[in-house]
Design a protein around this ligand. Structure first.
Ligand code: VGL
Ligand code: ZN
Length: 211
């Protein structure tokens, strides 16, 4: 079903801090890496995202007195989850996992680099206005289908998938190549939003290259 020339593979945040042992480790986050690498070999066009926060970022609980990780606060742009300090620019935690094959990536989108606004999505920051440039890249290059993998299903993969769909792209989340944080029902809620908005969920075995 794949068209390697016109489909894009978008790999979200496979970084040390989102893998077990990292600051915001996702269960099984490193298990998906061999599968992601094997998918990468089936596409001609691959883009990576990298969560990339300055120290003292406003999404860190440590930046808000009396707040703990995984609480919520109200920001100027709406509600924001608070996280442990993670993916600090230049740190080991922000690096891609060493087993991730990054050679084929044509572009790396860094996100969350403005102190005052978080960015889950690869397309828009959490203010829903500030663009990362990925939509322009996709449009100029003429991709219309985006296949997604990485971390975490219920945050950065999920919000990227929803935004991709809202931009008119055909979006597929390769479920077995993702892992979720799953706090307070966040995974169930994201899967419902996929359903409501037409984001398709597929398994990697369905991604065969059409000849
Ligand atoms: C992410 C929380 C904070 C993610 C990034 O990649 O899903 N989650 N920053
Ligand atoms: Zn982050």
């Amino acid at each position: 079903m794949l068209n390697p020339q016109t489909d894009l593979f978008l790999i979200i945040d496979v970084q040390n801090d989102f893998c077990p042992g990292g600051a915001l480790g996702v269960n099984g986050g490193d298990e998906i890496i061999p599968l992601i690498n094997s998918l990468t070999r089936r596409f001609d066009n691959v883009v990576l995202t990298q969560d990339w926060h300055p120290a003292g970022h406003s999404s860190f609980a440590s930046s808000h007195e009396g707040k703990a990780p995984f609480e919520m606060i109200e920001m100027s742009y709406g509600m924001q989850n608070l996280w442990p300090d993670h993916c600090i620019q230049g740190s080991f935690g922000a690096q891609f996992h060493e087993n991730l094959d990054t050679d084929k990536a044509q572009m790396i989108i860094r996100k969350g680099f403005r102190t005052g606004v978080d960015s889950y999505s690869a397309y828009f920051e959490n203010d829903k206005e500030t663009r990362t440039g990925l939509a322009g890249f996709i449009q100029e290059r003429g991709f219309n289908r985006v296949f997604m993998a990485g971390l975490a299903t219920d945050f950065c993969v999920g919000f990227s998938a929803l935004d991709g769909k809202s931009l008119g792209l055909d979006v597929f989340v390769v479920e077995d190549a993702c892992r979720a944080i799953d706090m307070d029902g966040s995974l169930a809620s994201m899967l419902q939003q996929f359903e409501d908005n037409g984001v398709k969920r597929i398994q990697s075995a369905e991604l065969t290259v059409s000849t």
